[in-house]
Write a protein that binds this ligand. Sequence first.
Ligand SMILES: NC(=O)c1ccc[n+]([C@@H]2O[C@H](COP(=O)([O-])OP(=O)(O)OC[C@H]3O[C@@H](n4cnc5c(N)ncnc54)[C@H](O)[C@@H]3O)[C@@H](O)[C@H]2O)c1
Length: 256
Amino acid sequence: MRLQDRVAIVTGGGQGIGEGICLELAREGAKVAVVDVVLENAEKVARAIVDAGGEAIGLKADVSNKAEAEKMVADTVARFGRLDILVNNAGINRDALFEKMTEEEWDAVINVNLKGPFLCAQAALPEMRKNKYGRVINFSSKGGAAGNVGQVNYSASKMGVIGMTRSLAKEFGRYAAKDGADFTCNAIMPGFFETPMSAKIPDKIKEGFITQIPLGRTAQPTEMGKVIAFLASPDASYITGTAVGVDGGFFMGVQC
Ligand SMILES: NC(=O)c1ccc[n+]([C@@H]2O[C@H](COP(=O)([O-])OP(=O)(O)OC[C@H]3O[C@@H](n4cnc5c(N)ncnc54)[C@H](O)[C@@H]3O)[C@@H](O)[C@H]2O)c1
């Protein structure tokens, strides 16, 4: 129970990797705000946590909307009294070849994947500073960093997340120096997880990917949850500004 009495927000928690993270953080004792644009899914995951003896609420918020990001934080604090951990997991793709990609497809992906983590972290920070404890964990992508045909928008957003993470880690370091706070910011680079997002990949391409993964398989969302639980805990107090690859070795050697 490394996260006993900690309060966490997980964006995009209604399905896929986010759901796996919510379940694992709750298993480690955290009180979890499961946030999603699809309220029904957020409430379903929150109910599963409560049924298993944990504490959780489901909230509806679009992370790319400043007012909704602020309300998400306010509602979490109103319910659980504090905020320690923000997992910026919500992400989308709108794939198209560069020549055909529309401005709307570009904006949608940048707004959710890059502006969303910015808005949510900005809304969360004052609450974390009150506790002198903060964990901001941002979702990047190793595939995005490597570059992909049809993913100019997605790759740009996911590399942007790395830059934002590094700058935030440096700013957070100042709180540690100034008032002894335990504040870190890290990025996560998933490889191939079995989720509704990756289910859109055709079987033939998926089989080709698996031959390139040294561990010879895809991953399950709860495997990500265990990594996030560690990074969110005091055990990870000296890890900051890094991009953690959770990919079975799929993208080893990819620079970012
Ligand atoms: N699945 C993979 O293999 C993989 C690989 C690399 C990176 N990632 C990244 O991991 C994260 C989770 O991916 P996933 O596969 O679980 O995706 P998913 O599509 O299965 O789930 C994403 C969740 O985010 C929610 N969401 C979307 N837009 C939102 C918004 N504006 N505000 C709030 N919630 C919103 C969706 O409703 C959904 O519940 C994403 O950031 C994704 O880019 C996933």
